[in-house]
Design a protein around this ligand. Structure first.
Ligand SMILES: Cc1ncc(COP(=O)(O)O)c(C=O)c1O
Length: 393
């Protein structure tokens, strides 16, 4: 029987992650003995810091293997609130912090709380694909708004105002963003919050990359007040992708409903991971993480000018995360073909724009600087040798 006849319509509208296809092709090349430079991978190459692993081991040995509260371990919720105070100088009440199974589950909880059938959530295009798929899974309508260099690839109050309809429920902003690495300036974020507030809508801000900021002191959208929903994670800055742990800070009046949803959707976030994460905020761990953040910044400082010198268009300097979104149209073919041909010819793997929306994906590719600098340099050397041969054809 045709699988499509058996499955719900939402599944047909959710695209696979194309980056996985690049990764599969890259791994196949490696298995055949080729050397591959992986610039497609969206997770830090650094291992989880040793104090965090030690805390996990202690936790498991002491029997911390049972469910916790759906809202998370009280001491971890408290530690996250203290981190906001110490690191971002913003006061967040502990009872507004909900620990989740990755920021993916935080996004799921927030969307399940807020979005009715056919209600719209405004999103930047290009943007992180899972968000729009999540909205669709919940029978809402993700509305991608094309953004470009003029607004640092971010939504603005004006763009949100123009796109707003009677069916719009709110907007989600990622700052810093995937795939562009750009941030929303503080004043613009205030304007966005005011615009959405005046329409009685909701603002969600995905701050999963906020710890990896390279443009001065990072500020959290929690400064805007209690009504903003903020999603974050232990995955990226804390180097804990596989531990599946993140958090949501929500208005206090919604915490009870969010707890109910978490109880029903996944019971509780993973207990050993929560015990591990308690060590994330210790000075020894933060020292390791800050050193790694500086290394990411050094990689960015090498990679962006190097790609520009090769002919890629990067009109806005990324200021956070570990991605560079580059215009590859000067090389005369669409981004999917370009990425596959580059992989075959040079062994350099990167992601075609198609994963990130409908706004000229064929003209863009995403490079991740989640590999050591010597490898980045080797990747650039290989592209530098290959690209001129391409242009001659
Ligand atoms: C912008 C953004 N938000 C959310 C996530 C989800 O991450 P996690 O569930 O590991 O916290 C990712 C992962 O790449 C991301 O890039």
């Amino acid at each position: 029987m045709d699988a499509r006849l058996e499955t719900a319509a939402r599944v047909h509208e959710i695209a696979p992650f194309h980056v996985m296809e690049v990764q599969t092709a890259a791994r196949a090349l490696e298995a055949a003995g080729r050397s591959v430079i992986h610039m497609e991978i969206g997770e830090p190459d650094f291992p989880t810091p040793a104090p965090v692993i030690a805390a996990a081991q202690r936790g498991i040995e002491s029997g911390a293997v049972y469910y916790t509260s759906a809202l998370g371990l009280p001491e971890l919720r408290e530690a996250i609130a203290v981190h906001y105070r110490d690191h971002y100088r913003v006061t967040v009440e502990t009872d507004r912090v909900i620990v989740t199974a990755g920021s993916s589950a935080a996004l799921l909880l927030a969307m399940a709380l807020l979005v009715n059938r056919d209600e719209q959530i405004l999103l930047a295009d290009p943007g992180y694909p899972c968000t729009r798929h999540l909205v669709r899974t919940l029978e809402g309508e993700p509305v991608g708004i094309p953004v470009g260099a003029a607004t640092d690839y971010q939504l603005t109050a004006e763009l949100i105002s123009r796109a707003w309809t009677p069916r719009t429920r709110g907007a989600l902003i990622a700052s810093p963003a995937n795939p562009t690495g750009t941030m929303v300036p503080r004043d613009e974020l205030k304007r966005i919050a005011a615009t959405i507030g005046s329409k009685r809508g909701v603002l969600l801000v995905d701050e999963i990359y906020l710890g990896l900021s390279y443009a001065g002191e990072p500020r959290s959208a929690l400064e805007l007040g209690e009504d903003t929903f903020v999603v974050s994670s232990f995955s990226k800055y804390f180097n804990m992708t596989g531990w599946r742990l993140g958090w949501l800070v929500a208005p206090r009046r919604h915490v009870r409903d969010l707890e109910k949803l978490a109880q029903n959707l996944y019971i509780s976030p993973p207990t050993p991971s929560q015990r591990a994460a308690l060590a994330c905020f210790e000075p020894a761990t933060l020292t390791i993480l800050e050193e790694r953040r500086r290394e990411f910044q050094a990689r960015r400082d090498f990679l962006v000018p190097a790609l520009r010198a090769l002919g890629f268009g990067i009109p806005v300097m990324p200021t956070g995360g570990f991605f560079v979104y580059a215009d590859c149209s000067p090389f005369g073919m669409d981004s999917e073909r370009f990425a596959m041909r580059a992989l075959e010819a040079t062994g350099v793997a990167f992601t075609p724009g198609i994963d990130f929306g409908r706004n000229r994906p064929e003209a863009h590719v995403r490079f991740a600087y989640t590999i050591a600098r010597p490898k980045l340099e080797e990747g650039i050397r290989r592209l530098c040798a290959w690209l001129p041969t391409l242009q001659q054809k």
